[in-house]
Design a protein around this ligand. Structure first.
Ligand SMILES: [Fe+2]
Ligand SMILES: [Fe+2]
Length: 348
């Protein structure tokens, strides 16, 4: 069976992340140039090479490896130095584009997306998803290390998610999200995708859409400071663990407020997205009049998102069933917004 993207590398241990990101476009195979070469799999869309072109042996191995490949498949060649000699070698092994191997992931993925699309046309949902994934990875890593959040990257992630929502193909977005094996990533991108679609369906103007999607992307940022073994515990939490997890709204609120880069409405969502209109939520036990429309929207997306998430230890709930759960939460969720959310959850 032909594969979509083939990555040839002489350092497979460093290519793992790339390989995972590329697999979003379809089947991706990685060939280790240092291993005895068998016949390369037939490649349909894109060939990427990440080898040391200053080594004669590597260049020769590349030539042999590529001998059976169709010349019509574009070849992105990642180079480790900008010397003229390396450029000549890249041309000699048939590169159709050349990039430094240490280029930021976002630039690399942008180029990959451009090459896969034949240099033009609308960006596919995968491209938006990849941009958002990169932003979320950056955001969660910074939060876990106690560093400032990358505000500009988050803004780009929000933009990517809103453009994906323009395509009105939430199903494709969900398929990509479900492939993510990290539960926190999956949750951020899932809730943000739902919220972006919700705002789009409500006909919100662009600035309000940015606010809604940004709030969704950041709502659980406080979880980055909760111990992983508690957060990802497969099964019910003890009373003590539950208390720890329930600190995340306040932690997130403090993080965002202290940094000062985020709209007050977004900061509020981090603290209040577990509040319910009847006062039964946490951390403050707010009641309807104290809960903003933005918080109400994100709470609906959050509850619904948690129900349809895919976990290794339990089957996901079907959309119809998950939407029925929202309907049973009378008095807790905003009934009018839940009604509109039906178009997001069950579009057909
Ligand atoms: Fe939360
Ligand atoms: Fe959440």
């Amino acid at each position: 069976m032909p594969i979509a993207v083939l990555l040839i590398t002489d350092r497979p241990e460093q290519s793992h992340k790339l390989d995972r990101l590329l697999s979003l476009w379809g089947r991706c195979a990685v060939i280790d140039l240092n291993r005895p070469m068998t016949k390369l799999p037939e490649t349909r869309q894109l060939l990427i090479s990440d080898v040391d072109l200053s080594s004669r042996a590597s260049v020769e191995a590349m030539r042999r490896a590529l001998a059976g490949q169709k010349r019509s498949v574009p070849h992105l060649c990642l180079v480790r130095d900008g010397s003229a000699r390396t450029k000549v070698q890249a041309n000699a092994i048939g590169a159709s584009a050349v990039l430094p191997a240490d280029v930021p992931v976002k630039v690399l993925l942008g180029e990959v997306g451009r090459m896969l699309n034949g240099g033009g046309g609308p960006e596919p949902v995968q491209q938006h998803f990849l941009s958002a994934s990169v932003a979320v990875a950056d955001m969660l890593a910074s939060a876990a290390r106690g560093e400032l959040l990358p505000a500009a990257a988050i803004e780009e992630g929000v933009e990517a998610i809103n453009r994906a929502a323009d395509n009105r193909d939430l199903g494709a977005w969900l398929e990509l999200v479900w492939d993510h094996d990290d539960a926190t990533y999956q949750h951020c991108l899932l809730v943000a995708g739902l919220a972006a679609t919700f705002a789009q369906r409500l006909g919100f103007p662009e600035h309000a859409r940015r606010l809604v999607t940004g709030a969704a992307l950041l709502h659980d940022i406080g979880k980055a400071r909760i111990p992983i073994d508690v957060l990802h515990k497969p099964g019910p939490l003890t009373a003590e663990e539950l208390l720890i997890v329930r600190e995340h709204p306040q932690i997130g609120y403090e993080m965002l407020r202290r940094q000062g880069d985020f709209a007050p409405d977004i900061v509020e969502v981090a603290r209040s997205h577990h509040e319910y209109l009847d006062g039964s939520g946490y951390p403050q036990g707010l009641r309807a009049g104290e809960i903003s429309d933005l918080v109400r929207m994100i709470t609906i997306c959050d509850v619904y998102g948690a129900l349809i998430e895919r976990r290794s230890y339990r089957a996901p709930m079907a959309p119809e069933e998950a939407y029925r759960v929202l309907l049973t939460m009378v008095g807790k969720l905003d009934a009018d917004l839940v009604r509109v959310f039906r178009q997001v959850a069950l579009p057909n």
